[in-house]
Design a protein around this ligand. Sequence first.
Ligand code: PLP
Length: 378
Amino acid sequence: MQTSYLRPTYLEIDQQAIYDNVHHERERLPQSSQLFAVVKADAYGHGLVPVARVCRAAGASGFCVATLDEALVLREAQIVEPILVLGVTSVTTAAIAASQHISLTVADRDWLAAAAQTLAGKNNLPPLALHLAADTGMGRIGFTEPAELQKAAAFVLDHPETFVFEGVFTHFATADQTDLTHFQQQQAKFKQMLAVLPEKPRYIHCANSATSLWHAELAMNMIRFGIALYGLNPSGTVIPAPYPLKPALALYSELVFVKEIHAGDTVGYGATYTAPATEWLGTIPIGYADGWLRRMSGMAVLIEGQRCPIVGRVCMDQIMVKMPAKFPVGSKVTLIGRDGADEITIQEVATYAQTIHYEIACGLDNRLPRHYLPFDPD
Ligand SMILES: *Cc1c(COP(=O)(O)O)cnc(C)c1O
């Protein structure tokens, strides 16, 4: 969507918070483990390139993304560190990845064979670095059988002109839960899978944020640190983080229209809200097209430190709120963040919308411009 700089609705990204979160995790890690910052989905809505730069300054030595396009944007921005594409990439684009030194994930042997064919004879290309995905119980992508993983690794090692065996990894389905049964089964399975490898690659990794925070002993030699770098607890509210995570994202707007309504007046599409008495109504220029879900009707925003609930339906581009007083047009509105003594967190928004903070953050559309607060790499 067209980023709308001229509308007074914007995201504020606290780069110091990101710096501090990454730096804190880096300090906890053994020297032998590297921190790869997971910056997929436009850095969980925080902005791919600026976030990658802060993470690098704070000690991230590589990056993980979901798509090859995301990796290419980082390369264009002069990010020269290792980048791993976590998803399955089309074989037809393997040469693009190789030429840009972008590492790809391998989830099955057919892909490998096809990639070997695609790359064969292109001798001016650097070899393509590969990470083999082991599916130990996530059920998404990767090798489920140790024998298959072994054959894949052998195939990669057999084609040293074409491939580099750079990594092997797995992904946990329940690292953010208190019941460890499934987690431990996955851990055991990963150990079995690693045991069959003909040789160990440079990176062996299994830790997302939740694993790194709550099972630090599984850092191996690389972690894939995502949600926690944005200051969000991977478990939502279930397990406290071992150190205070600093949320990096705030969402602000301002009142563009204010009026008094009277008993019986209705508000919004479907006329679903009827004023019970005389009250002050404010209109704010944000809507579901920005990622402020229709389901947010009833949720509060902060104006002058006071909670004002959204009344009526959320429109595509505007919402209406009920106010305790006649706040003037131009008053600052906080949808996510702190105002005076009160604060609305992404977690609170997610709980209200019956989803997880990951989805709220990623869903904030790029119609919202992002303002970056500076950071100081002490
Ligand atoms: C998204 C993702 C991560 C990061 O997970 P967080 O919970 O955000 O830390 C790590 N590994 C894989 C494979 C992923 O897809």
